[in-house]
Design a protein around this ligand. Structure first.
Ligand code: PLP
Length: 392
């Protein structure tokens, strides 16, 4: 079925009016379009559907909570909200949580924490992506996204991702350094080895906050619960000050969480920031169920194992168009020898495989954490066929 471009345009007027397809149902790592064509979904709503589609645990959590108590406002506490805060504290090692409804909203909260320190400067990285609302956009290192909306917040500076650049820029007037442990939207770009440890050391020395945007990398995606927990990333015993989470923690239900460590939880004062929907029982009960299932079913370990199988499989293809494979676990970037990512993802789509062109020359994979070996083998088969369709 050709998507109705006018109806889509009228539904999402800031998007190009050309959706790839009209999808009508999903199950596990498969989705079907309105004509019944099946796709292997190796994007999972951009690293969101951690349990895949229509997982019974997700369905049950949404249905039960909707039938019990969906929303009450933050004049009240609810059990799912308190439980999710405790679960995130346990999983991250953090001390307190602020709930929002999306990634960009919890980045806004982090920007407000940074502002509230009274220090004027915020450091961010070139090619970073932190969201589309004005505060998050102000710290997003993609000039083309920022330009139409300037002037934005005063204070953010964008650094090349090197320890030398950070050493040169940091000072006692810096409120925060904000960064993604892996730059997903830029095409799954890894930080240089040792960068995160140096960032922690330098921010601590100057009393600046280290804010990690784990919106894309969190919730088991990289083969650890959170990318900063990967062995050797941070010095022994060190933690970030703030970690922003969204996407996978809700498994498809909109939710965001900003986790604060130590003194960072005391910078915003009661009344400084708020949200009507943030942390409502429907969203938090669902996130509890999703994170509980990731734990119960060992999906963090599965992410690591299936990520390795994908990497081994791509290496075995030894296709001349592939230059490198980046990322960790089930966040995978495939570098191409030319600006062919859109051609490859279009060819894959034709074949019934959903992947994403995150940069001109980089394909991104972010499948459900539930995929198994046969899904990976099917992916490798379809992806190599898509590569063969590149013009010679
Ligand atoms: N930060 C990162 C690293 C992201 O990948 C995204 C979304 O892609 C965001 C922030 C913004 O999240 P949202 O689209 O939920 O506002």
């Amino acid at each position: 079925m050709t998507p109705d471009t006018q109806r889509f345009r009228d539904a999402m007027f800031s998007y190009a009016p050309t959706p790839l397809a009209v999808l009508s149902r999903g199950e596990g790592a498969r989705v079907w379009d309105a004509d019944g064509k099946e796709y292997l979904d190796f994007l999972a709503g951009i690293a969101v559907n951690a349990l895949g589609h229509a997982h019974p645990v997700f369905v049950d959590a949404v249905s039960r909570q909707a039938a019990t108590l969906a929303h009450v406002s933050n004049y009240f506490a609810t059990e799912p909200q308190l439980e999710l805060a405790e679960r995130l504290q346990r999983l991250t090692g953090g001390d307190a949580v602020f709930f929002g409804n999306s990634g960009t909203e919890v980045i806004e909260a982090a920007v407000k924490v940074a502002r509230r320190t009274g220090r004027p400067r915020i450091l961010a990285l070139e090619k970073s992506f932190h969201g589309r609302t004005m505060g998050a956009l102000s710290i997003t290192g993609k000039p083309a996204l920022r330009a139409p909306f300037e002037p934005l917040l005063d204070g953010p500076e964008f650094l090349p991702t090197t320890v030398e650049a950070l050493e040169a820029a940091i000072g006692d007037d810096v409120a925060a350094l904000v960064l993604e442990p892996i730059k997903g939207e830029a095409g799954v770009l890894d930080l240089p080895p040792g960068y995160l440890a140096a960032a922690r050391e330098l921010t601590a020395r100057h009393g600046a906050l280290l804010v990690l945007d784990e919106i894309q990398t969190g919730a088991g995606r990289t083969g650890d619960w959170f990318a900063f927990q990967h062995a050797g990333e941070l010095p022994e015993g060190a933690t970030p000050d703030l970690v922003a989470l969204a996407k996978g923690i809700g498994g498809g239900f909109p939710i965001g969480a900003l986790v604060a460590f130590g003194g960072a939880q005391h910078i915003l004062q009661p009344g400084d920031h708020g949200t009507t929907f943030g942390g409502n029982p429907l969203a938090t009960a669902t996130a509890n169920a999703v994170l509980g299932e990731i734990e119960r079913a060992g999906l963090v370990e599965n992410s690591r194992a299936m990520g390795e199988r994908i990497r081994d499989g791509l290496a075995a293809l030894s296709h001349p168009a592939i230059t490198d494979v980046s990322g960790r676990g089930l966040l995978v970037g495939i570098g191409l020898a030319g600006p062919w990512a859109k051609d490859v993802s279009a060819a894959a789509f034709e074949l019934g495989l959903i992947v994403n062109a995150a940069a001109d020359d980089r394909v991104r994979l972010a499948p459900p954490l539930t995929i198994d070996s046969s899904d990976v083998d099917r992916f490798l088969d379809l992806f190599s066929t898509a590569l063969e369709r590149l013009p010679a």
